[in-house]
Design a protein around this ligand. Structure first.
Ligand code: HEC
Length: 477
């Protein structure tokens, strides 16, 4: 008993102290104090059939985990959420616990996890089966094939292509990406792309004139698998456990251009038995006229409406060169490799804001060496504001951080994405610290994608002063 108490005081000294001081004699009980937190903040993952290893819906199920719950919430490892509240603007999809909720769970565990009176239990939460957005989508687009995932082996990223079936550009207020088979989809993403010249789509795969897989290569001969390097590429959304529904503001829509292709990027984990998956994309159109197109660019690339600025990335303080491919407007990034055993390796992407924009959300995408990523706005007067700080990037939890209040950014500002990688033995996820790290979509290589969602204020698509634009797709990198 004493031992347990001391361990508790060491690991969560601050919380245990305040909880004890404030909540006087009556310890929190499961029925009255803990269940409301579990139902609201844990049950979406901790129930049968979901991603977490155990259910926390009932007293019987939660009781054996009391100590682990205390440790995981006090360290803020659960629920998963990467933003450091001290250095980030408030997010509307913040799932983290308040200090008070943490104190309640810790005090409950310290008191021996009392059950309390079942009459105090809140109503059990209900969960929608099927589309989580609540109603049926206006349109559902499917992966072009039912893909067979073998029982074993390491699968590279699987890319599929399906033609967008619309005859005119459409705008989506809500997009939901749903795995067909939760047990094998590790994470996935859907992009809008043009297919490269000389290629065609056969059975959902990109093939060349000879019918063999079409693998485009950079001038250096490296394969281009990154959808960012496909022509006209624009990200729609990603799915990872806990994420997969993007809800935009009422009059802001994500463009789904007629005639282009959906590029499905699927990361599968074999499970020991052969499985199949056919993921689906649900689309809900805006209910009011769309005034602004939601654009997703990476920190480091110019705004979609900016044709004059060059992309700017700096790796370890040195400028990363961008080179136009011969005979094409497309360019490739020549990011240096991360050397072996390096613990702190930095890359910064800088986007010049050439006209006023409104920023809505940010999502860091890195792989196993990703350590931290921070967004900073530098205003025209030199003032710097951190708007999102993810101090301990976790490959397993790739969130979209949605600002509670959209942020107006004036022309003359800069958006900085400051990424840090750890290729040392200290990084417990590092599969090979003794090797240099290359850049590709495969998870054993690295990526730097500081995705930023915004609208361009001057772009008015409907209503008075509307300017009809063609699809404003990002320029290529
Ligand atoms: C977005 C999904 C998600 C949410 C929300 C979530 N968890 Fe988890 N939790 C997981 C997953 C997945 C694991 C197993 C992998 C891991 O530890 O990261 C886990 C692991 C745990 C563990 C460790 C289990 C072990 O084997 O030691 C505890 C304890 C826990 N969660 C408690 C909670 C509590 C309490 C909440 C709510 C306050 C919560 N979790 C919310 C997904 C979630």
């Amino acid at each position: 008993m004493t031992r347990r108490l001391i361990a508790g005081l060491i690991s969560v000294a601050g919380f245990a102290g305040t909880a004890a001081a404030q909540s006087a004699p009556a310890a929190p009980t499961f029925a009255k104090d803990v269940a409301p937190i579990m139902f609201a903040k844990c049950a979406n993952c901790h129930r049968a059939g979901e991603v977490a290893p155990m259910s926390l819906l009932s007293y019987q199920e939660a009781r054996p985990w009391a100590k682990a719950i205390k440790a995981k919430v006090a360290s803020r490892e659960m629920p998963p959420w990467g933003a450091n509240p001290a250095l980030s603007l408030p997010m509307r999809n913040d799932v983290s616990l308040s200090d008070k909720e943490i104190a309640t769970l810790v005090a409950w565990a310290d008191a021996g996890a009392p059950r309390g009176n079942d009459a105090d239990l809140p109503p059990a939460p209900t969960f929608v089966e099927g589309w989580t957005y609540g109603r049926e989508p206006d349109v559902v687009l499917e992966m072009p094939v039912e893909f067979e995932i073998p029982a074993e082996g390491e699968l590279g990223v699987q890319t599929f292509f399906s033609k967008i079936p619309f005859t005119e550009d459409k705008f989506a207020e809500v997009l939901e990406l749903r795995p067909g088979n939760r047990s094998v989809v590790h994470h996935s993403g859907v992009f809008v792309v043009d297919i490269p010249e000389g290629s065609q789509v056969v059975d959902g795969r990109l093939v060349g004139p000879d019918g063999k897989p079409f693998i485009e290569r950079t001038e250096a001969g490296l394969p281009k698998t990154d959808s960012g390097t496909l022509p006209g590429a624009s990200k729609l959304l990603s799915w990872v456990p806990g994420r997969g529904v993007d809800v935009h503001r009422a009059a802001v829509g994500k463009r789904i251009p007629a005639g282009k292709y959906l590029n499905w990027q699927m990361h599968y984990n074999p499970t020991g038995t052969a499985q199949t998956d056919r993921s689906r994309l649900g689309i809900w159109f805006n209910k009011v006229p769309v005034t602004h197109e939601l654009l997703i660019r990476q920190a480091g690339d110019p705004l979609a409406t900016d044709t004059a600025s060059a992309s700017l990335y700096r790796a370890e303080g040195k400028e990363v060169l961008y080179k136009a491919d011969t005979g094409s407007t497309r360019r490739s990034r020549t990011t240096p490799n991360i050397p072996p055993y390096v613990e702190h390796w930095s890359i910064i992407g800088i986007t010049p804001v050439t006209e006023p924009i409104t920023l809505y959300a940010m999502s860091p995408h890195m792989h196993l060496r990703g350590k931290s990523l921070r967004w900073v706005i530098v205003y025209p007067d030199g003032r710097e504001q951190t708007i999102l700080d993810v101090p301990k990037f976790d490959f397993n939890w790739q969130f979209n951080y949605e600002l509670k209040e959209p942020l107006k950014i004036p022309a003359g500002s800069k958006i900085l994405g400051l990424g840090v990688y750890d290729n040392s033995v200290k990084n417990r996820w590092n599969p090979a610290p003794h090797l240099p790290v290359y850049w590709s979509e495969q998870s054993w290589d690295e990526m730097y994608q500081a995705f930023t969602e915004y609208t361009v204020d001057s772009q008015v698509l409907s209503g008075p002063g509307a300017k009809l634009t063609t699809s404003q797709q990002p320029r290529q990198r």
